[in-house]
Design a protein around this ligand. Structure first.
Ligand SMILES: Cc1ncc(CO)c(N)n1
Length: 221
């Protein structure tokens, strides 16, 4: 991965990712001290977020110019709607929230701005830019999951353990690795100008990730 495009993206966003890992919301999941009220707000917002996140991948299906790439994007739409959302649905059930109730929640401004930035990039550009915008989300959650799972007892926590196990799972890591490889293959032969744009997208999405943790921590609407 050294010297790869994905490595360059990761390095450009490194200080922001550090801040995400140290964020009180994230460390609160890790040590189990996060107030459930904050987590519930986050869960509702994140569930809404995932529908738009799946739409970004769906635009990848529209923009792809090869059947293989169409299938890759399509499989990711399915992995989000059917796989990752299982974590959310399990928490919704535990918190007593129905899918209908979620759809009556207004997206927080930090959430709406983030998803609409990704959707705007996806509408205007092509597969490489779509993957750059999605990779910041997927990869940062994979790193957060791995980091929290290393804290003794964290993955067994009666409430937050399930979230940690979901994002620390081999399934999630494998999907993320495939996205990293896809980024590198789509960016192969890109000009310096194109690479600079992919980096901007990745860094902006990382800033939005940090904003999402702030929104959740402060219960911003
Ligand atoms: C805000 C946010 N970013 C990334 C992910 C991982 O898909 C998520 N579930 N939520």
């Amino acid at each position: 991965m050294t010297n790869s495009v994905s490595c360059r993206l990761r390095e450009a966003a490194a200080p922001i990712w550090e801040a995400c890992l140290k964020h009180p919301f994230v460390t609160g999941i890790g040590d189990g001290t996060l107030p459930v009220e904050k987590f519930q707000h986050y869960m509702l917002q994140d569930y809404l977020y995932l529908f738009d996140y799946a739409r970004v991948f769906a635009l990848g299906v529209v923009k792809a110019r090869s059947p293989e790439l169409m299938r890759t994007f399509s499989a990711n739409v399915d992995a989000i709607l059917g796989g990752e959302m299982k974590i959310h649905r399990a928490y919704m059930a535990r918190l007593g929230i129905s899918e209908e109730q979620v759809f009556n929640v207004q997206p927080a401004l930090d959430n709406l701005s983030y998803t609409h930035y990704m959707l705007a990039v996806a509408e205007a550009r092509g597969p490489a830019e779509i993957v750059a915008s999605i990779l910041a989300c997927s990869w940062s959650y994979a790193e957060i999951g791995q980091a929290l799972a290393q804290i003794p007892g964290a993955a067994e926590h009666p409430f937050y353990g399930e979230w940690i196990r979901g994002y620390a799972s081999e399934e999630y890591a494998a999907t993320n690795r495939a996205l990293i490889e896809l980024m590198d293959s789509l960016a192969a032969g890109a000009t310096e100008e194109q690479l600079a744009y992919l980096t901007d997208i990745f860094v902006n999405c990382s800033r939005y990730e940090l904003g999402f943790w702030d929104m959740a921590w402060e219960i911003r609407t």
